[in-house]
Design a protein around this ligand. Structure first.
Ligand code: NAI
Length: 767
């Protein structure tokens, strides 16, 4: 044993182990777990083990959920849903509040159980995970209370299937269950197979607070159980996990019309500018990539540091890294605990090996006995190195340098993901400029990995879609007010006619496609007969050209709402000058609706604002609706003019560029719009139009890498193919319900929500 004077010399810590007896007693008492269905625990079925990754010790056996288990749980949730939704907001709020209180009362027990099952340091479970769980239920008790006034006309979705990962087991449960219940849904949740225990403890809390049976159901199991839940009769799937599985789920749900939100992987940049407070930035790295052993979807796993300060930064970083304590998760002074499972440890090490084989140098990052890996980082790493491209999901960052801010932005965005980013600079101008230019759903300025129930969280691109937290998160658990359905007009078969066919009598010009601000002949030169003449029969190649033109319209997004409003007013003015001409093509009602849309979205263009939310004292947390980028739109086959403009105008009002496929049967009213656009100061590439067979054009458009979102208002039969095409690169598809496009339900905020996604920016403020 060391003498006190020696300890004072070495400053070594002694272990300070959290008492785990309550959690262990609970496990011993419970032994083997069944599922939690309809308010009680089922008899265990076929089971699997869950182990403490720090010691390898068996903690408990839990039941592998079968299809029948999932069906029973979904049935229970369905039975409970009507009653749950019929409660008043205050009544639902009381349950959520009671859950929050019970979580707080059991804070110690839940933290220890989480640490045992997951391997995370008790300090993190106790100080971050569990308090945030309670915060989530409190916050959403408030949303339950306020749902009807804040989301008028909205209804719960019904039964939500929720699949969560193992990195923040209880916190992810709270992120999923709290908003779902607040909105009036019931849930079937499947925890990850590595970490089912706190979800089962949570089930007991549901019993303690007297939550009506069936409102929360928990079915344990592995990916097969998850897949059964995806295939079950649920109204929504909310998934957090790997991009690969997310893609599979999006494909499996194609054409079902079920709601889906995906929170997937990341490879988030951690940008240290030349003028950053380097000591603070180094602490930021600790919170960013060495938090939870780097098993964090939004971990700042790519450190990008200004070349001029890189050497000094690296010196500070390696000194700090050397002082991090890797060890027993229950020890209160442990910084880095156990990796969740040997499988994950091997996965991390194999990516590191591939990275070093490809020429990178690994500093630290040694594998240790058991499920432990020392913190580390890869340097001298080329952009195409596997360590740079893949999500390592372990305590290993990459470190590269840049010379200019532009280069930093380019590197930061050089990823297929877009979940989060962290920017370090003492200059507000520099930091906020970077925040604006990094394509990600969450940006922390001079901070990292901060979360709160009021601050929406979610990604861009392959990091998924949908938001969790705040009003945006609530909206993803609610159905927008229903629209009065109308019968769909099925498209007529298309017969191609060769180019040069004699124009029909009375037609004095040949309709063309429109992209990049110019009229273009279709690639193959083919046309097809439509009322009033011939329309170009667009092809895949035309879609590619149109998307390319749309990607060049980036300045439109930066132009600002006021400038965009003026263009929309100008479109209205030019349309109103040609009312009779357009009315002859369509109807007076359609033209009036078209002009009304232009006025409506001109009004919104500079008013669809974000919010500053109360997330954390000392921070200004701003939620900004950003344009998606390029939106693909398949227009309805009926009411060609009103349908087209009711969809295109909200999208462009928010700063997007669009590639639209007009009504297949009757596109000439839209091809007549080109002159209106040309004379309304609409910049080239903002609206691009390809006429032809909707089903043939929509699929390549939905699959295109540069298209960020797709609105399908075309023939419903084409939806499944569009969904599948979009699932490939994880873009959200909005299946726009058919409606009367001349009526009042053809415009409103719902269109603007679909035209944007929120970016949450955390700034230090008054700290
Ligand atoms: P995973 O995506 O397989 O697991 C997440 C959840 O999905 C678990 O509950 C799992 O049982 C379930 N699941 C698996 N296959 C399914 C299917 N076909 N249908 C429905 N549900 C299914 O992630 P895994 O294999 O545990 O980790 C692999 C990698 O994924 C990690 O190394 C990391 O890169 C990434 N990951 C990212 C997470 C994030 O928060 N973004 C969380 C977990 C993993």
């Amino acid at each position: 044993m060391s003498r006190v004077s020696e300890i004072m010399q070495t400053m070594e810590y002694g272990p300070s182990t959290e008492d785990a007896s309550a959690a262990r007693d609970w496990l011993a008492r419970r032994g083997t777990f069944g599922h939690f269905i309809n308010g009680s625990f089922t008899k265990p079925g076929e089971t699997f083990e869950t182990r403490d990754p720090a010691t390898g010790d068996l903690l408990a056996r839990v039941t592998q959920g079968t299809e029948a288990d999932v069906t029973a749980a979904v049935k229970a949730a369905r039975r409970a849903q009507r009653g749950w939704a019929a409660l008043t907001g205050t009544e639902r709020a009381r349950y959520l509040y009671a859950i929050a209180r019970h979580v707080q009362k059991r804070e110690r027990f839940l933290s220890v159980l989480e640490t045992l099952d997951n391997g995370k340091p008790i300090r993190e479970a106790r100080d971050i995970d569990v308090p945030l769980v309670a915060r989530h239920f409190y916050h959403h008790a408030g949303w339950a209370e306020l749902r009807d006034t804040q989301f008028p006309g909205h209804a719960p979705l019904g039964v939500c299937g929720q699949i969560i990962p193992w990195n923040f087991p209880l916190l992810m449960l709270a992120w999923k269950i709290a908003p779902a219940l607040a909105a009036g849904n019931t849930v079937v949740l499947k925890p990850a197979e590595y970490t089912p225990l706190t979800a089962l403890a949570f089930a007991e809390i549901c019993q303690e607070v007297g939550l009506p049976a069936g409102v929360v159901n928990i079915v344990t199991g592995d990916g097969a159980t998850g897949a059964a839940l995806v295939a079950a009769e649920v109204d929504k799937i909310a998934f957090t996990g790997s991009t690969e599985v997310g893609r599979g789920i999006a494909t499996a749900l194609a054409g079902t019309g079920r709601k889906l939100t995906l929170e997937l992987g990341g490879k988030s940049p951690f940008v240290v500018m030349e003028d950053a407070d380097l000591d603070a930035a180094v602490e930021g790295v600790v919170d960013s990539i060495w938090f939870n052993q780097g098993q964090v979807c939004c971990a700042g796993s790519r450190i990008l540091v200004a070349e001029s300060v890189a050497e000094r930064f690296e010196g500070l970083l390696s000194a700090r890294m050397a002082r991090l304590r890797v060890g027993a998760p229950l020890d209160k002074s442990t910084d880095i605990g156990a990796i969740v499972d040997p499988v994950q440890k091997d996965r991390i090490l194999s990516i590191c090996r591939a990275a070093t084989d490809a020429g990178a140098e690994l500093i630290g990052g040694q594998a240790q006995d058991g499920c432990f890996i020392a913190p580390g980082y890869l340097r001298n790493i080329a952009p195409a190195n596997p360590g740079m491209e893949q999500e390592i999901f372990g305590p290993i960052a990459t470190l590269s340098t840049f010379r200019t801010a532009d280069e930093a932005v380019e590197l930061a965005n050089n990823t297929r993901y877009g979940l989060a980013g962290s920017v370090w600079s003492e200059s507000a101008t520099v930091a906020t400029d970077m925040a604006a230019r990094i394509k990600a759903g969450v940006i922390w300025i001079n901070g990292a990995n901060m979360f709160d129930a009021a601050a929406p969280f979610g990604g861009y691109r392959e990091s998924g879609y949908g938001r969790e937290g705040g009003a945006a998160g609530m909206r993803d658990y609610l159905a927008a007010p229903t629209v009065k359905p109308v019968r769909e007009v099925a498209p007529k078969p298309v017969v191609a006619v060769t180019d040069g066919a004699a124009p029909q009598p009375g037609i004095d010009r040949t309709a063309k496609l429109y992209y990049g601000g110019a009229q273009k002949r279709p690639d193959g030169g083919a046309m097809y007969a439509v009322p009033g003449g011939l329309a170009p029969l667009g092809s895949r190649k035309d879609i590619r050209n149109a998307v390319e033109a749309a990607t060049k319209a980036g300045k439109w997004a930066a132009a600002g709402g006021h400038a965009r409003a003026q263009v929309l007013y100008y479109i209205a003015e030019n349309l109103s000058a040609r009312v009779s001409e357009f009315a002859a093509r369509t109807s007076r009602a359609e033209v009036d609706a078209a002009i009304a849309r232009a006025f409506h979205y001109a009004a919104w263009a500079d008013k669809f604002d974000g919010a500053t939310v109360q997330a954390k004292p000392g921070h200004l947390v701003t939620v900004i609706p950003e344009p998606m980028g390029v939106i693909g739109i398949a227009c309805p086959n009926a009411q060609p003019l009103a349908g087209f403009l009711s969809l295109v105008l909200p999208a462009i009002a928010m700063g997007n560029a669009v590639v639209a496929i007009p009504a297949q049967d009757d596109p000439l009213a839209v091809t007549d719009l080109y002159q209106v656009f040309d004379t309304s100061d609409l910049p080239a590439g903002v609206v691009n139009i390809v006429t032809g067979v909707c089903a043939d054009l929509a699929v390549p458009l939905a699959a295109h890498e540069e298209v960020a979102g797709f609105w399908h208002a075309g023939p419903a039969a084409g939806l499944a193919a569009v969904d599948r095409a979009a699932a490939g690169n994880l873009k959200p598809v909005w299946a726009v319900p058919a409606r009367d496009w001349t009526g009042g339900q053809a415009q409103g905020e719902a269109f603007l929500h679909h035209a944007t996604r929120s970016k949450t920016i955390w700034l230090p403020y008054g700290a």
